[in-house]
Design a protein around this ligand. Structure first.
Ligand code: ZN
Length: 183
Protein backbone atom coordinates (compact mmCIF):
# COMPACT_ATOMS: atom_id res chain seq x y z
CA UNK A 1 0.00 0.00 0.00
CA UNK A 2 1.23 3.47 -0.82
CA UNK A 3 1.95 5.60 2.16
CA UNK A 4 3.68 8.84 2.89
CA UNK A 5 4.68 10.50 6.11
CA UNK A 6 5.84 13.75 7.57
CA UNK A 7 6.96 14.79 11.04
CA UNK A 8 6.38 17.95 12.99
CA UNK A 9 8.26 19.30 15.97
CA UNK A 10 6.79 20.65 19.21
CA UNK A 11 6.04 23.96 17.51
CA UNK A 12 4.13 22.25 14.69
CA UNK A 13 6.81 22.97 12.14
CA UNK A 14 7.28 20.32 9.44
CA UNK A 15 10.82 19.05 9.92
CA UNK A 16 10.89 15.84 7.90
CA UNK A 17 8.97 14.10 5.17
CA UNK A 18 9.32 10.70 3.55
CA UNK A 19 10.71 10.27 0.04
CA UNK A 20 7.30 9.02 -1.05
CA UNK A 21 5.91 12.43 -0.15
CA UNK A 22 7.14 13.97 -3.41
CA UNK A 23 5.57 11.22 -5.52
CA UNK A 24 2.35 11.89 -3.70
CA UNK A 25 2.50 15.64 -4.30
CA UNK A 26 3.23 15.10 -7.99
CA UNK A 27 0.42 12.54 -8.31
CA UNK A 28 -1.89 15.16 -6.84
CA UNK A 29 -0.70 17.67 -9.43
CA UNK A 30 0.55 19.78 -6.54
CA UNK A 31 4.30 20.06 -7.18
CA UNK A 32 4.30 23.19 -4.99
CA UNK A 33 3.69 20.82 -2.05
CA UNK A 34 6.90 18.83 -2.62
CA UNK A 35 9.10 18.15 0.38
CA UNK A 36 11.55 20.96 -0.08
CA UNK A 37 8.72 23.46 -0.23
CA UNK A 38 6.94 22.32 2.92
CA UNK A 39 9.92 21.78 5.24
CA UNK A 40 10.23 24.56 7.78
CA UNK A 41 6.61 25.61 7.42
CA UNK A 42 3.89 25.36 10.01
CA UNK A 43 1.63 22.37 9.43
CA UNK A 44 -1.39 24.67 9.93
CA UNK A 45 -0.77 26.20 6.54
CA UNK A 46 -2.10 23.00 5.04
CA UNK A 47 -5.28 22.45 7.02
CA UNK A 48 -8.30 24.48 6.10
CA UNK A 49 -11.21 25.36 8.35
CA UNK A 50 -11.25 26.42 11.99
CA UNK A 51 -13.01 23.35 13.30
CA UNK A 52 -10.80 20.96 11.33
CA UNK A 53 -7.72 22.71 12.75
CA UNK A 54 -9.15 22.56 16.22
CA UNK A 55 -9.82 18.83 15.98
CA UNK A 56 -6.38 18.09 14.55
CA UNK A 57 -4.87 20.14 17.35
CA UNK A 58 -6.73 18.07 19.91
CA UNK A 59 -5.57 14.87 18.18
CA UNK A 60 -1.96 16.08 18.20
CA UNK A 61 -2.18 17.03 21.89
CA UNK A 62 -3.58 13.66 22.79
CA UNK A 63 -0.87 11.73 20.96
CA UNK A 64 1.84 14.01 22.36
CA UNK A 65 0.65 13.35 25.88
CA UNK A 66 1.46 9.69 25.34
CA UNK A 67 -2.08 8.32 25.19
CA UNK A 68 -1.36 6.28 22.07
CA UNK A 69 -1.79 6.58 18.32
CA UNK A 70 -4.86 7.97 16.66
CA UNK A 71 -6.06 6.49 13.40
CA UNK A 72 -8.63 8.29 11.28
CA UNK A 73 -10.08 7.78 7.83
CA UNK A 74 -10.02 10.69 5.42
CA UNK A 75 -10.34 11.49 1.74
CA UNK A 76 -7.59 13.06 -0.29
CA UNK A 77 -8.74 13.46 -3.87
CA UNK A 78 -6.61 14.56 -6.75
CA UNK A 79 -7.93 16.00 -10.02
CA UNK A 80 -8.26 12.52 -11.55
CA UNK A 81 -8.31 10.29 -8.49
CA UNK A 82 -10.57 9.57 -5.58
CA UNK A 83 -8.36 8.47 -2.74
CA UNK A 84 -9.65 6.87 0.42
CA UNK A 85 -6.95 7.11 3.04
CA UNK A 86 -6.10 6.34 6.60
CA UNK A 87 -4.15 8.75 8.76
CA UNK A 88 -2.10 7.50 11.68
CA UNK A 89 -0.86 10.11 14.14
CA UNK A 90 1.94 8.73 16.26
CA UNK A 91 4.80 9.82 18.43
CA UNK A 92 8.31 8.97 17.29
CA UNK A 93 11.80 9.51 18.62
CA UNK A 94 12.82 13.01 19.69
CA UNK A 95 9.19 13.68 20.57
CA UNK A 96 8.39 14.41 16.95
CA UNK A 97 4.86 13.78 15.87
CA UNK A 98 4.51 11.65 12.76
CA UNK A 99 1.52 11.76 10.45
CA UNK A 100 1.40 8.77 8.15
CA UNK A 101 -1.14 8.67 5.34
CA UNK A 102 -1.83 5.32 3.72
CA UNK A 103 -3.90 4.88 0.62
CA UNK A 104 -6.65 2.36 1.26
CA UNK A 105 -8.33 2.60 -2.10
CA UNK A 106 -7.71 4.63 -5.20
CA UNK A 107 -10.30 5.08 -7.91
CA UNK A 108 -9.59 6.75 -11.20
CA UNK A 109 -12.12 9.45 -11.68
CA UNK A 110 -12.24 12.89 -13.16
CA UNK A 111 -13.78 15.38 -10.80
CA UNK A 112 -14.73 18.85 -12.04
CA UNK A 113 -11.67 21.06 -12.26
CA UNK A 114 -13.21 23.86 -10.23
CA UNK A 115 -12.98 21.75 -7.09
CA UNK A 116 -9.23 22.17 -7.20
CA UNK A 117 -9.02 25.79 -8.19
CA UNK A 118 -8.85 28.85 -6.06
CA UNK A 119 -12.01 30.81 -6.51
CA UNK A 120 -11.64 34.39 -7.59
CA UNK A 121 -15.29 35.34 -7.75
CA UNK A 122 -17.29 33.07 -5.49
CA UNK A 123 -20.94 32.80 -6.46
CA UNK A 124 -22.12 30.88 -3.45
CA UNK A 125 -20.59 29.17 -0.49
CA UNK A 126 -20.64 25.39 -0.22
CA UNK A 127 -19.69 23.71 3.00
CA UNK A 128 -17.19 20.90 2.55
CA UNK A 129 -16.15 18.37 5.19
CA UNK A 130 -12.39 18.51 5.60
CA UNK A 131 -12.25 14.80 6.47
CA UNK A 132 -14.55 12.90 4.10
CA UNK A 133 -14.92 15.63 1.44
CA UNK A 134 -18.67 15.42 1.45
CA UNK A 135 -20.51 18.62 0.66
CA UNK A 136 -23.46 20.06 2.55
CA UNK A 137 -26.57 21.33 0.85
CA UNK A 138 -29.80 22.09 2.67
CA UNK A 139 -28.68 20.21 5.75
CA UNK A 140 -27.82 17.03 3.83
CA UNK A 141 -24.27 15.84 3.17
CA UNK A 142 -23.63 14.64 -0.38
CA UNK A 143 -20.78 12.82 -2.00
CA UNK A 144 -18.59 15.44 -3.66
CA UNK A 145 -19.24 13.92 -7.07
CA UNK A 146 -23.02 14.19 -6.76
CA UNK A 147 -22.70 17.69 -5.36
CA UNK A 148 -20.47 18.74 -8.25
CA UNK A 149 -22.86 17.33 -10.82
CA UNK A 150 -25.80 19.11 -9.21
CA UNK A 151 -23.80 22.33 -9.03
CA UNK A 152 -22.90 22.18 -12.71
CA UNK A 153 -26.49 21.43 -13.68
CA UNK A 154 -27.77 24.49 -11.87
CA UNK A 155 -24.87 26.88 -12.03
CA UNK A 156 -22.96 26.02 -15.20
CA UNK A 157 -19.39 27.23 -15.22
CA UNK A 158 -19.61 29.51 -12.21
CA UNK A 159 -17.46 28.47 -9.31
CA UNK A 160 -18.64 27.81 -5.80
CA UNK A 161 -16.59 29.02 -2.85
CA UNK A 162 -15.89 26.43 -0.22
CA UNK A 163 -16.02 26.86 3.48
CA UNK A 164 -14.23 24.06 5.28
CA UNK A 165 -15.92 22.34 8.15
CA UNK A 166 -16.73 18.89 9.41
CA UNK A 167 -19.85 16.80 8.86
CA UNK A 168 -21.76 15.26 11.79
CA UNK A 169 -20.58 11.69 11.18
CA UNK A 170 -16.90 12.69 10.95
CA UNK A 171 -17.26 14.85 14.05
CA UNK A 172 -18.65 11.87 15.92
CA UNK A 173 -15.82 9.67 14.71
CA UNK A 174 -13.07 12.12 15.65
CA UNK A 175 -14.65 12.89 19.00
CA UNK A 176 -14.86 9.19 19.78
CA UNK A 177 -11.22 8.72 18.81
CA UNK A 178 -10.27 11.68 21.02
CA UNK A 179 -12.21 10.44 24.01
CA UNK A 180 -9.97 7.40 23.84
CA UNK A 181 -12.66 4.77 23.93
CA UNK A 182 -10.93 1.48 23.21
CA UNK A 183 -12.09 -0.23 20.06
ZN1 ZN B 1 -17.20 14.15 6.90
Amino acid sequence: MTSYAYRIDSRDTIVWCSESWDDFAVANEAPEACGEAILGHSVWRYFEGLETRHLYRMCFNRVRSGLGDIVLPFRCDGPTTIREMKLRISLCRNKLLQNTGTVIRETSHRLPQFLFQQTTRPERIMSICGWCKRVESGGVWFDIDDAARAWEAFNGDSQPAFSHGICPSCRKLVTRELSGSEA
